[in-house]
Design a protein around this ligand. Structure first.
Ligand code: ADP
Ligand code: MG
Length: 263
């Protein structure tokens, strides 16, 4: 036949017109208060397409709030958040649509206990995106394959290890074909021997060009996979640099102090 060779669509590939290296997620003057606590203080942050940004900082510095603000799980008090050229609205159908562009993986895997692994992953594409069941199953099996748990697809979450469940959670997020993936301490709840299997999946995604914002204490991952490290303290971005610079020559005393405590 004279079929044109079409490259297989990478499952979970971002569908965006933003070229690599152009701004994909832009926060400008973002402020957020919890009562008197100024938890996000004038945050400016630009993440370009294909970039992997690791967010590091002490407990309570606002890292989770930042992630939650980016997909509007948490309303902000001022500033703008732009995803792929579109300002995140406060609410409504437009918000739901834009939120689907942002995949999120939490410390707790939050899988539906009474649904199988495959059902957990197909739920979003079928219910939110209207993908036909057969097609969704096929695509989601590919994603489960990719994260190494395809042979568990008929099981229930409780039958899987924590590391396997977190890889399912990553597949579930990818199934929505997000433009950016947010990870909030994805390995913090895992037994040590399971941390690497999850970090390996994340490293693979990074290598394939997924835009990622990753909150983690895994400094090895940051050194290996991050293009940029953002150091937060007391609701502020204190320092932004390459992992190399950050780990060998942190500029701020707060970052120096933080790193010295990790040793
Ligand atoms: P991190 O993820 O860096 O540990 P968080 O973003 O979770 O930090 O929290 C930042 C600060 O905001 C902390 O002091 C925390 O106690 C506070 N905080 C977080 N969520 C809420 C909330 N829903 N209500 C009030 N305070 C909160
Ligand atoms: Mg947190």
């Amino acid at each position: 036949g004279d079929e044109t060779a079409v490259p297989a669509q990478t499952p979970g590939a971002a569908t965006t017109d933003t070229p690599p290296g152009e701004p994909l997620v832009v926060l400008e003057g973002v402020n957020k208060y919890f009562g008197n606590l100024h938890v996000l203080q004038d945050i400016d942050l630009t993440v370009t397409r294909g970039e992997v940004v690791v967010v590091i900082g002490p407990s309570g510095s606002g890292k989770s709030t930042l992630c939650r603000a980016i997909n509007r799980l948490e309303p902000i008090d001022s500033g703008t958040i732009t995803i792929d050229g579109q300002v995140m609205p406060e609410e409504g159908a437009a918000l739901a649509k834009l939120r689907a562009d942002v995949g999120m993986v939490f410390q707790q895997f939050n899988l539906f206990a009474h649904k199988t692994i495959l059902e957990n992953v197909t739920l979003g594409p079928t219910k939110v995106k209207g993908v036909k069941s057969d097609k969704a199953k096929r695509q989601c099996m590919e994603l489960l394959e990719r994260v190494g748990v395809a042979n568990q697809s008929d099981k229930y979450p409780a039958q899987l290890s924590g590391g396997q469940q977190q890889r399912v959670a990553i597949a579930r997020a990818l199934a929505m074909q997000p433009k950016v993936m947010l990870f909030d301490e994805p390995t913090s709840a895992l037994d040590p021997e399971m941390i690497n299997e999850v970090l390996d999946v994340m490293t693979g995604l990074a290598r394939e060009g997924m835009t990622m914002i990753v909150v983690t204490h895994e400094m090895g991952f940051a050194r290996r996979a991050a293009h940029r490290v953002v150091f937060m303290d007391f609701g502020q971005i204190v320092e932004e640099s390459t992992p190399e610079e950050f780990f060998t020559n942190p500029r701020s005393s707060r970052a120096q102090d933080f790193l010295s405590k990790l040793l």
